[in-house]
Design a protein around this ligand. Structure first.
Ligand SMILES: [Zn+2]
Ligand SMILES: [Zn+2]
Length: 304
């Protein structure tokens, strides 16, 4: 759909466990710039290609792809796009480039070592997980950006915001004339995800505050519908995150607890304990320890 003149929002409805992300395509005098390209694998690529074609966009018309962050649902199709159009310039954050060119590094960011420590009988390999639900691919960045950089796309200029929390090299893009903010996965996810290595709970909250300081009429999330009440939604995510911490502190105020005792304070559904539960809980515990509010003795956590 052409949301604004030369500004296409290619909305992907929820369809599975890891939904391929929605895409933005901006027409400029030389073709199109895309923000994200969706997941890899035949099904996702067909979905994305159909959406592009519906709006009259061919992969051969795309000159630039900006990648919000190296998670498969946003960039898994990048190798396919490059194979059809090797001239595409790839742009991502300077901290993201290492994951884009070497997907294996994502296992460190997803803390698969921590999962093995807390669940020795289980393993969590993010590349295997992606392969089953939404294949990923690798590419080399042609241009890396940092906070405050601008990216010109025809009628529009995007300001780059570095917004760690969900991923260390996650970027958001602000268009001040439209008062529109592309937020990637920071807003719109049913379960806001973070762990200590992705920027942590502190990083996530800081990124949300960065958004709150902007003048925004519209949030464009990668998953879910457009958001026309941005400040309400941002406050709600902050509330959700802070309430996780409150539940942990409240459980510890009754009795010292182990990591496994604390997981059900965050999620009722046990299927979420390994992922995303382990990363989220350890990020909160790291924050509370850094603040001197919690200490650990052996397996147990105590309120200070
Ligand atoms: Zn993501
Ligand atoms: Zn996503």
């Amino acid at each position: 759909m052409e949301l604004f003149r030369n500004f296409h929002f290619l909305f992907v409805e929820k369809k599975g466990f890891v939904d391929t992300a929605s895409i933005i395509a901006i027409r400029d005098p030389d073709g199109f710039t895309c923000i994200d390209v969706g997941g890899g694998g035949e099904q996702n690529i067909k979905l994305t290609t159909d959406l592009l074609e519906e709006d009259g966009i061919n992969i051969s018309d795309i000159n630039t792809v900006i990648i919000s962050h190296t998670h498969a649902d946003h960039m898994g199709a990048i190798a396919h796009f490059k194979s059809l159009n090797p001239d595409i310039i790839i742009v991502d954050h300077e901290e993201d480039a290492q994951y884009l060119s070497d997907n294996k590094r994502l296992n460190h960011i997803f803390e698969s070592d921590l999962v093995s420590r807390h669940f020795p009988e289980q393993s969590f390999d993010v590349l295997e997980f992606y392969e089953a639900f939404c294949p990923i691919s690798e590419a080399k960045s042609d241009r890396t950006v940092v906070e405050g950089d601008t990216i010109d796309c025809g009628d529009y200029v995007f300001e780059v915001l570095h917004t760690p929390g969900h991923h260390p090299g996650h970027i958001s893009l602000y268009e001040s004339n439209l008062r529109a903010l592309f937020v990637g996965d920071m807003v719109g996810m049913e379960i806001p995800f973070y762990n200590s290595r992705s920027g942590g709970v502190e990083g996530y909250l800081k990124s949300l505050e960065k958004y709150q300081n902007l003048e925004i009429d519209l949030i464009l999330p990668s998953h879910g519908e457009l958001i026309y009440n941005p400040y309400e939604v941002l406050s709600e995510i902050k509330r959700k995150i802070i309430s996780r911490e409150k539940r942990i502190v409240s459980a510890l105020s009754k009795t010292p607890n182990t990591f496994h005792d604390l997981l059900p304070t965050l999620f009722r559904n046990q299927a979420l304990f390994i992922f995303p539960g382990t990363g989220i809980l350890s990020s909160h515990l790291d924050k509370l320890k850094n603040e001197g509010r919690v200490r650990q003795e052996g397996q147990k956590y105590f309120l200070v």
